[in-house]
Design a protein. Structure first.
Lengths: 311, 221
C-alpha cells in the first residue's frame, strides 16, 4: 500500500555539506602550507599541526562539558586552526599558539553557540588577542630559509611594511620574505583562491573588492601598488578570512560593501595608524558591521511594491 | 537576624556590581591591579556607609523635591574627605586611582542605596546595608582586579606569581580584557545566584499582554 507523503519545502537539496565546504577550504589552504614549510622550515608545519589539533580538542572538550552535540567532524575547527597558524610567526612559542586556539574556539566560536553563530572570525580575533598580549613575540618574524643560515643574526627580520630594504617583486610573489607563516607566498594563496572560486565555495566579489580598494588607495597615495597588495596579510585575509560564511554578508552587494570597507580600513590603519598592518583589524571591524550590511542590502521579494517595503 | 540579612544581601544575592550592574565605570577603569581594586572598593565602602548614616539621619529634614541634590552634596562631602585622606596618607594609591576617586561622588551604587534604602530606613539597617553593599562592591573589584593582574601582568598585589619564561597576556590589562573579565565574572555569579528557568512558557513572559496570538501560547494550553 502506497502512501502519499506531504513534505514541507525545500524539496531540492544540495549535496554540499559543511564538511565538504571545509574540506575544499583545507585543500585550498594546502599550497600555502607547503610554501610555508619550504620557506620557514618544519617549525611552520609543526605550529600548524599544533593549532589545528588544539582547536579540535578545545571544540570537543567544550561540546563535551556543555553536553552539546559534537561538531568536530564538520572540520570547521581544523580550518580555524590552520588559518590561525597562518596568522602567526613561525617561531612563536607553542603555549601562545595554544592560547590562541583557546580564544578562537572557546571564546569566539563556542561561547556564541558554535559553528555559524559566531559574529567574528575566530582566527582573526585570536590573532588580535595574541597580538595585543604578546606583541614582541608576534612581531618577531624569522627570515626565510633561516634553518639554512648558521648563527643567530639571521633569525629575525621585519615585514616589508616596515623594512627599509624591499625584497624584489618575484620574492614577494614566491613568499621569500619575513612575515606570518601563511601570508607570505602570494602565488600559493592565489592558487587556493582560484580553486575556491572554481569549486563555487566562495564568490570572488569580496576578495576583489578588498584587494582592489587597497590597490586603488595606494595608487592614489603614490605608493607602490604591487607591494601594497602583496605585503602583509592582505591576500590571506581577503581570500580566506573575508569570505567566511558566518561572519560576512550574504548578498553580493553586501559582499561588495564588506570588501570595500575592509580595504578602506586597511589603508587607513596602514597609512595613518600606529600599527604597520591593518588587515586583521579591518576584517574584525567589518565583521561587527555585517548584520547592518545584511539589513541594508536585503533583497526585495519578487513582485512586491515599494509601499509594501515600509510596512 | 534581619540586620544580618541587610548586610549579607549585598555580598552575592543583590551584589550592586555583579547582579544590579551599577558602578561599571570604576569597575572597568581601576581594576588593572588587585591593589587598585581593593583601594577603590574600600574608599567607596567608606563613603557609602557614611552617606547612608547621614541620609538615614536627615531623611525627615530633606524635602522630597530637592532630595537628589541634597544626597549628592552629602556624598560629595565624604568623597572629598576620603580623597584628601588618601592624598595625605597613601599618595601612591591616590595617584593610581586619579580622577576615579572624585568620581565616587557620581557612583550609581551610592546614590542608589541612598534613594532606595537609606531614605526609607533607620540608621542601623542603613549602616548594615552600606557595609554589605560596599563589601560586595569591594569583592567584585578585587576579583576582577586579581584576575586581570595575574593574567595580564603575572603578579598579584605586586608579588611575582608567573615564572619568567611565561609571558603574561597584556590584553588583560587593556580595556578589552577588563570588559572580558567582568563579563565572565558576571556570568559566573549569575550562574551561582539565579536558578535556571525550568518552564519557559507564556505565563512568565513579560510581554504576554501584548502578544495575543503567538504560537507558544497555544502550546501552553
Amino acid at each position: 500500500m502506497e502512501k502519499l507523503f506531504i513534505e514541507p519545502s525545500p524539496h531540492i537539496k544540495s549535496t554540499m555539506s559543511t564538511q565538504k565546504v571545509m574540506l575544499h577550504v583545507l585543500i585550498a589552504l594546502f599550497p600555502a602550507l607547503v610554501a610555508a614549510t619550504v620557506i620557514f622550515g618544519l617549525r611552520a608545519l609543526f605550529l600548524t599541526v599544533i593549532c589545528a589539533t588544539s582547536c579540535v580538542i578545545f571544540e570537543w572538550l567544550f561540546r563535551k562539558i556543555t553536553k552539546r552535540e559534537q561538531t568536530i567532524s564538520d572540520l570547521s575547527a581544523v580550518v580555524t586552526g590552520v588559518l590561525l597558524a597562518f596568522n602567526l610567526p613561525a617561531n612563536l612559542p607553542i603555549y601562545m599558539a595554544i592560547i590562541g586556539s583557546f580564544v578562537a574556539i572557546v571564546v569566539v566560536k563556542q561561547m556564541f553557540g558554535g559553528i555559524g553563530q559566531n559574529f567574528a572570525n575566530p582566527a582573526i580575533t585570536a590573532r588580535i588577542v595574541l597580538m595585543l598580549s604578546f606583541t614582541s613575540s608576534m612581531t618577531t618574524w624569522v627570515k626565510p630559509f633561516w634553518y639554512n643560515i648558521t648563527g643567530t643574526d639571521a633569525v629575525t627580520g621585519a615585514t616589508p611594511l616596515v623594512a627599509d630594504e624591499l625584497p624584489s617583486v618575484m620574492d614577494m610573489l614566491l613568499g621569500v620574505r619575513g612575515g606570518c607563516l601563511g601570508e607570505t607566498c602570494a602565488i600559493a594563496l592565489i592558487i587556493g583562491g582560484i580553486y575556491l572560486v572554481a569549486m563555487k565555495i566562495i564568490t570572488p566579489v569580496t576578495p576583489i573588492a578588498f584587494v582592489g580598494t587597497v590597490a586603488l588607495f595606494s595608487f592614489m597615495g603614490g605608493q607602490d601598488v604591487v607591494y601594497s597588495v602583496l605585503s602583509g596579510g592582505l591576500l590571506l585575509g581577503a581570500i580566506f578570512m573575508a569570505t567566511d560564511y558566518a561572519t560576512t554578508p550574504l548578498t553580493w552587494k553586501g559582499k561588495l560593501i564588506f570588501g570595500i570597507g575592509c580595504g578602506l580600513i586597511t589603508c587607513l590603519i596602514r597609512n595613518f595608524g600606529s600599527m604597520p598592518e591593518g588587515v586583521s583589524y579591518s576584517i574584525l571591524l567589518m565583521n561587527i558591521l555585517t548584520p547592518y550590511i545584511d539589513k541594508l542590502t536585503r533583497p526585495k521579494p519578487f513582485g512586491t511594491k515599494k509601499e509594501a517595503d515600509k510596512a | 537576624m534581619s540586620l544580618f540579612k541587610e548586610f549579607s544581601k549585598g555580598i552575592l544575592k543583590e551584589n550592586p556590581n555583579l547582579v544590579m550592574l551599577l558602578g561599571m565605570c570604576p569597575t572597568l577603569a581601576v581594576t588593572t591591579m588587585a591593589e587598585n581594586g581593593l583601594g577603590m572598593g574600600l574608599a567607596t565602602t567608606f563613603v557609602l556607609v557614611c552617606s547612608n548614616i547621614a541620609i538615614a539621619l536627615l531623611k525627615k529634614l530633606i524635602p522630597a523635591a530637592v532630595r537628589l541634590p541634597s544626597y549628592i552634596v552629602i556624598i560629595a562631602g565624604f568623597v572629598t574627605f576620603v580623597s584628601l585622606m588618601l592624598q595625605a596618607f597613601i599618595p601612591s594609591l591616590y595617584d593610581s586611582l586619579g580622577l576615579f576617586l572624585s568620581l565616587i561622588t557620581v557612583n550609581c551604587i551610592i546614590l542608589g542605596r541612598a534613594e532606595m534604602f537609606a531614605s526609607k530606613n533607620k540608621v542601623l539597617p542603613s549602616i548594615m546595608d552600606g557595609l554589605g553593599m560596599g563589601l560586595g562592591f569591594t569583592m567584585s573589584l578585587l576579583i576582577v582586579g586579581s584576575v586581570r593582574e595575574i593574567l595580564g601582568a603575572g603578579t598579584w598585589f605586586g608579588i611575582q606569581l608567573m615564572p619568567d619564561f611565561i609571558q603574561p597576556m597584556t590584553i588583560f590589562i587593556l580595556p578589552a580584557g577588563g570588559f572580558f573579565t567582568l563579563g565572565i565574572v558576571i556570568a559566573v555569579v549569575g550562574k551561582l545566584t539565579k536558578k535556571p528557568v525550568k518552564n519557559i512558557s507564556c505565563s512568565s513572559c513579560p510581554s504576554r499582554e501584548m502578544c495575543a496570538g503567538c504560537g507558544a501560547k497555544k502550546e501552553d494550553k
